[in-house]
Design a protein around this ligand. Structure first.
Ligand code: 5MM
Length: 338
C-alpha cells in the first residue's frame, strides 16, 4: 500500500477521529474574545498548545488540523507544532484554503479560494511535516440556493485542491459543508447534500484524484437550526448513512464528519446512532471543531490555572467521540466529565 493510502487509513483508524483546530486567525480571534481571552498570536498559540499537549489525546485522536499560523509556531519548550504532534503519534494537518468568497453572479453564495500558488505552498507544508490537508467548500440552503453554479464551482475547486495535495504526497480532506443555517427540514438537507456529494465525486474523478487516498468530511444530514421539527438521532443516522451510501464510492477509506454547530453531546449521539446501523463501506468517524473544543475553551478562559481542567474537558469529549466512532458510546460515559 502506498504512503498516501496508509496515511488516509491512519487518519480514520478504528475508534479514532480528527481534531479540527484550524480556525483562521479571524475566526480564532473572535472565539477567544467571546471566551474573554484577548486575541493575539501568543494567546492563539497558548490555546493550540493546550489542545495538542492534552494528556491521552493520542488515544482518541489520529490527526490535528492546524492553520498556517500555528504550523509555524512552537509548543512550550520550543518544539514546532507539527513535530510535537508527530512525536505523539498524531498526524499534523494543515488547512490550505484561503476562505469562502462571494461567488460571481450569485454573491449571496460563496466559492472557496486558494488554488493560486497552492502547489508551492503544499511543497513547503510537506517539508514542515504536514501529512494531510483540508479545504472546505460552503453551501447554503435558501430560497433558490444552492445554485448549480455554486455546487459546481466548489466541487471543481475541491477536486483541483485534492489532486494537487496528492501530487505533493499529502492526503486531502475534502470538506463540502452544507450549513445548518435556515429553517429547512431534514429532507431538504438530504437532497442538497446528496446533490453536493454527487457533484464533488464527479469532479474528483474528472481530476484523477485517487479515492483510496483521501478522506471525506461532510455534514451530517440534519434539519436547519430554525426548523420547528427536529429529527431524532435515529432519523439523522438513517438519513446520513442513506445519502452517503448513494453518493460516496466504497473506495474512499473514511468519512470524518464535521459538527457544524451541533451541541457537542448531540454530535456524539448522532455518530453513535450511525454505528448502531451496522457496518458500512467506509469507516465513519469525526473531524469535529466546535463539538470537541468549545467546552475546553470555556473551561480555559485564558487562565494558566485552568489548563488542566480544559485539557481534561477536551480529553473527555475526545474519548466520548472515539467511543461513538467505535459504536460503544452511551450517556453513561458522560458523568466522567464532572
Ligand atoms: C475549525 O474551523 C475550521 C476553519 O474555519 P475558518 O477557516 O472558517 O476559520 C472549519 O473548517 C472546521 O474545520 C469545519 O467547519 C468543522 O468544524 P465544526 O466546528 O463544524 O466541527
Amino acid at each position: 500500500m502506498d504512503q498516501l493510502t496508509q496515511t488516509a487509513r491512519a487518519l480514520v483508524a478504528p475508534g479514532k477521529g480528527i481534531l479540527a483546530a484550524d480556525e483562521s486567525v479571524g475566526t480564532m480571534s473572535k472565539r477567544l474574545e467571546a471566551a474573554g481571552v484577548p486575541a493575539s498570536p501568543q494567546t492563539r498559540r497558548a490555546y493550540r498548545d493546550l489542545l495538542v499537549t492534552t494528556p491521552g489525546l493520542d488515544e482518541s485522536i489520529s490527526g490535528v488540523i492546524l492553520c498556517d499560523e500555528t504550523l509555524r509556531q512552537s509548543v512550550a519548550g520550543g518544539t514546532p507544532f507539527p513535530r510535537a504532534c508527530a512525536a505523539r503519534g498524531i498526524v499534523p494537518g494543515i488547512k490550505v484554503d484561503t476562505g469562502a468568497k462571494p461567488l460571481a453572479g450569485n454573491p449571496e453564495e460563496s466559492v472557496t479560494e486558494g488554488l493560486d500558488g497552492l502547489r508551492e505552498r503544499l511543497e513547503e507544508y510537506a517539508e514542515m511535516g504536514a501529512g494531510f490537508a483540508k479545504w472546505r467548500g460552503v453551501i447554503t440552503i435558501g430560497d433558490g440556493q444552492p445554485t448549480r453554479s455554486c455546487l459546481v464551482a466548489n466541487a471543481h475547486a475541491l477536486a483541483r485542491y485534492a489532486a494537487l495535495c496528492q501530487e505533493a504526497g499529502i492526503v486531502p480532506i475534502v470538506e463540502p459543508e452544507v450549513l445548518m443555517d435556515g429553517d429547512h427540514g431534514i429532507e431538504r438537507c438530504a437532497a442538497v447534500s446528496a446533490d453536493a456529494l454527487h457533484t464533488v465525486f464527479a469532479q474528483l474523478i474528472e481530476q484523477g484524484v485517487a479515492l483510496e487516498s483521501m478522506v471525506l468530511k461532510p455534514n451530517m444530514i440534519v434539519a436547519g437550526k430554525g426548523c420547528c421539527e427536529q429529527p431524532s438521532a435515529a432519523q439523522v443516522a438513517a438519513a446520513t448513512v442513506g445519502v452517503l451510501r448513494r453518493t460516496v464510492p466504497a473506495a474512499v477509506p473514511g468519512v470524518a464528519f464535521l459538527s457544524g454547530g451541533q451541541p457537542p453531546a448531540v454530535a456524539t449521539v448522532h455518530l453513535q446512532a450511525m454505528h448502531a446501523l451496522g457496518p458500512q463501506p467506509w469507516v465513519l468517524t469525526f473531524s469535529f471543531g466546535r463539538a470537541l473544543v468549545d467546552p475546553a475553551l470555556a473551561a480555559w478562559r485564558g487562565e494558566p490555572g485552568n489548563v488542566e481542567l480544559a485539557q481534561d474537558t477536551l480529553a473527555h469529549r475526545a474519548r466520548c467521540n472515539a467511543a461513538a466512532a467505535a459504536g460503544r458510546y452511551s450517556d453513561e460515559l458522560e458523568p466522567a466529565a464532572a
